[in-house]
Design a protein around this ligand. Structure first.
Ligand code: GLA
Length: 373
């Protein structure tokens, strides 16, 4: 063979090698044997099972993250833009710009949108619980009227563009002695505001799938309390259709057994189950609503160590194995933030690495274990 022929052969061989590397799971650091196509995103691997979503800010949609979002996800949640404080800052003024930007992006690109959220004790506007003339707390009647106006205005604006809403967020207390969280909602209205919120949302959009959303849903005592509240509402024909397990988990929480119990218990009520705010902290402990272990070390920079990488990968693999096992009950999985470039957990003491994409938006090893099945 002459020199040109040898060069051509070498070129073809290296081209072939590059192509096989692209689809070889081993080259992605994974342990399975199935063929992986790295041109596919999470939404494609899970396309027949359930939508895979991500919580975003309008800013995420204007940077290089937009490309990653479109390639990997087929559902969006507004990280903050639809919460009551940001979207309804004054009694007679709504701020639609950010929420509209997210919904427009989704419409343009054919993504689903989950609304988040309509009634929560946190990120509330200042005016909400107070009588502006006296400065005192408003009465139950006034507060329920305000809740109704808010829900009607927000839900109707996005009617037909959002398929689901987290109607009520985090009303069950964490401590075992207390049933309901002692929020201003509860203090002014008792338990009634929860059912009312669902009724108002259903009036405003009868087609929307309505969720109760909470964290620590795999903790037995809290799980029982949530179950009790949901059962009571269903018995009273309140239009609640699903339960959101937030999924702010960590390398040592939850166990497979507790996660499965929660999915089984909630779906035994005939409710859909969605994982609505998934991330896996590289530090141990429960995250949602509480300080995670080590959070007192304010401002410390932390490395993503090989040990963290391995523990996180095993947890991601376990939970996605469970999600696929319960694919009939689970109707959506949404990640909370796009990549390790920035996560809400960074604000809890030290840098965290809770997602499937690193700061340069490349898939981490855990990604390959999630898509290999
Ligand atoms: C809760 C809320 C979310 C978000 C996270 C932390 O889980 O439901 O909207 O605020 O806390 O970012």
């Amino acid at each position: 063979m002459n020199k040109n022929g040898t060069l051509l052969l070498l070129f073809l061989a290296s081209f072939f090698f590059a192509c096989t590397r692209k689809i070889s799971p081993q080259s992605q650091g994974g342990s399975g044997t199935a063929k992986i196509d790295s041109t596919k995103g999470l939404k494609d691997y899970y396309g027949k099972l359930f939508p895979i979503g991500v919580a975003v800010t309008p800013r995420n949609l204007q940077t290089d993250e937009a490309g990653l979002i479109l390639r990997q996800f087929n559902s969006l949640t507004a990280e903050n833009a639809m919460k009551m404080g940001p979207i309804h800052p004054e009694q007679n003024r709504y701020f639609w710009t950010d929420a509209d930007a997210i919904v427009d992006f989704a419409q343009k690109n054919g993504l689903k949108v989950r609304g988040h959220n309509l009634c929560w004790h946190a990120q509330t506007p200042r005016w909400l619980f107070k009588d502006s003339a006296t400065g005192n707390d408003v009465t139950k009647e006034v507060l329920l009227q305000r809740l109704r106006d808010h829900i009607h205005n927000v839900v109707q604006r996005y009617k037909g563009k959002l398929y689901a809403w987290d109607v009520v967020n985090e009303v069950i207390a964490d401590d075992s002695a207390t049933y309901f969280r002692k929020s201003p909602w509860f203090q002014i209205c008792g338990e009634d505001f929860v059912a009312k919120a669902f009724e108002y949302a259903h009036e405003a959009d009868p087609n929307a799938v309505l969720f109760y959303n909470d964290y620590n849903t795999e903790q037995p005592v809290k799980r029982e309390k949530i179950y009790r509240m949901l059962k009571k509402m269903l018995d009273a024909k309140v239009p609640v259709h699903g339960v959101g397990l937030q999924g702010h988990w960590s390398v040592n929480n939850p166990s497979q057994a507790e996660l499965e119990k929660s999915i089984q218990l909630f779906s035994s009520l005939g409710l859909q189950v969605q994982v609505t705010e998934l991330d896996i902290s590289v530090y141990s402990g429960r995250q949602g609503g509480q300080l995670i272990q080590g959070a007192q070390q304010q401002g410390q920079q932390a490395q993503f160590t090989p040990e963290m990488e391995q523990q996180q990968l095993e947890k991601y693999k376990m939970i996605f194995d469970v999600f696929r096992k319960y694919q009939k009950q689970i109707t959506g999985v949404t990640f909370w933030n796009v990549s390790d470039r920035s996560s809400w957990l960074d604000g809890r003491g030290r840098k965290n690495y809770p997602l499937l994409f690193d700061a340069s938006l490349k898939p981490k090893k855990a990604f390959w274990d999630v898509v290999r099945f």
